[in-house]
Design a protein around this ligand. Structure first.
Ligand code: FAD
Length: 305
């Protein structure tokens, strides 16, 4: 990896598309931070921005409120996440109708994790949709929606093997999924191998890498262990000793995320989904590196030149 290999070709930014993921805020302070972030990211003109849905529908109202505000106060296209957890088919169908009634045309369809948390055994609601594939089928039957689903480059922790994992992705595609967004990962070889596996299984939808800028390495390492994402030794080494030095941590995080994304661009990837954690700085920096600039930034740049 070096600056020459990664030097931005002038046309790259035109070809790359990004999307941003937010979570619904819990209180006024978090709400203010989210809207600051949305305001900073809006000029980058993402393809869509998605809003997550808490376990067991715990954020149903907050997700709906956030999606509604995005629709009414921004030029952004929201995608509503939905899960099947602890809900009957009728309840899930009502949520689909609620979002559709607001004008939502994009969804991210998920099975979800048990309300007790990641790692607890998943038990489908007796009268509900059993998994992501069934939810995709319900959405497809309810309207002409753009439906994203999850994909796991290191396989989902509940999947006994890659074949089972890819089989679930295939079922979601067969039921109408338009794109898969991956769990975050830090080893691009694993992503590339997963995409090859999917293609061999006859899955041809875009498999968009989910990029997690590392705002807090300790938290990311803990979360990764729970969701089965590998934290390579070189990554731990990069953040070693920076827990009490947030400024250097942020600079390193931005370099790490940019390196990952630029390497994926070199491998031919054109779409990226950023797990923003409702923060703009690192995402703006990485987007800048791949040539995605706000209109204002381009104007300022050309004036200086
Ligand atoms: P599915 O696609 O239905 O299944 C995932 C995998 O589990 C499959 O590959 C399959 O092999 C295996 N599996 C499923 N059922 C079984 C079974 N019975 N036996 C054996 N293996 C099985 N969670 C939220 O709560 N809210 C969100 O908004 C949210 N957004 C997400 C967005 C993205 C892009 C991603 C990648 C994940 C998101 N999650 C979210 C997390 C997700 O809900 C969990 O990873 C959950 O454990 C699986 O949901 P899924 O839709 O991926 O499941």
């Amino acid at each position: 990896m070096n600056q020459f290999r990664f030097s931005r070709r002038p046309d790259i930014g035109d070809k790359i598309k990004v999307s941003f993921e937010f979570f619904p805020p819990k209180n006024d302070e978090m709400e203010a931070r989210l809207w600051e972030t949305v305001t900073r990211l809006e000029p980058l003109q993402p393809k869509f921005v998605s809003v997550t849905y808490g376990a067991g529908g715990s954020t149903r109202e907050r997700t709906a409120r956030t999606v509604k505000r995005i629709l009414s106060e921004t030029t952004l296209t929201p995608a509503a996440h939905m899960t099947c957890v602890d809900a009957s088919r009728d309840e899930v169908d009502a949520v689909i109708q609620e979002f559709a009634g607001m004008g939502v045309t994009r969804f991210v369809a998920l099975r979800g994790d048990p309300a007790e948390g990641v790692g607890a055994a998943y038990r489908p609601h007796p009268g509900g949709y059993a998994n992501g594939a069934e939810l995709v089928g319900a959405l497809k039957g309810a309207g002409d929606f753009d439906i994203s689903v999850s994909a796991y480059p290191e396989k989902h922790p509940e999947s006994p093997d890659f074949a089972t994992d890819i089989d679930m992705l295939k079922r979601k595609v067969d039921n109408g999924a338009t794109r898969a967004i991956t769990q975050f990962f830090f080893d691009n070889d694993l992503y590339e191998r997963y995409v090859e596996r999917a293609r061999r299984a006859g899955i041809y939808i875009p498999i968009v890498p989910g990029i997690l800028p590392v705002h807090n390495f300790t938290q990311v390492a803990n979360f990764s262990a729970r969701c089965g994402a590998l934290v390579p030794a070189w990554l731990a080494e990069r953040f070693d000793g920076l827990q009490k030095d947030p400024q250097t941590h942020a600079l390193v995080a931005s370099a790490v995320a940019a390196e990952q994304v630029l390497d994926l661009v070199e491998r031919g990837v054109g779409d990226f989904h950023f797990y923003t954690m409702n923060r703009a700085d690192l995402v703006v920096a990485v987007c800048h590196m791949i040539g995605i600039r706000s209109h204002e930034a381009e104007t300022a740049g050309s004036a200086a030149a």
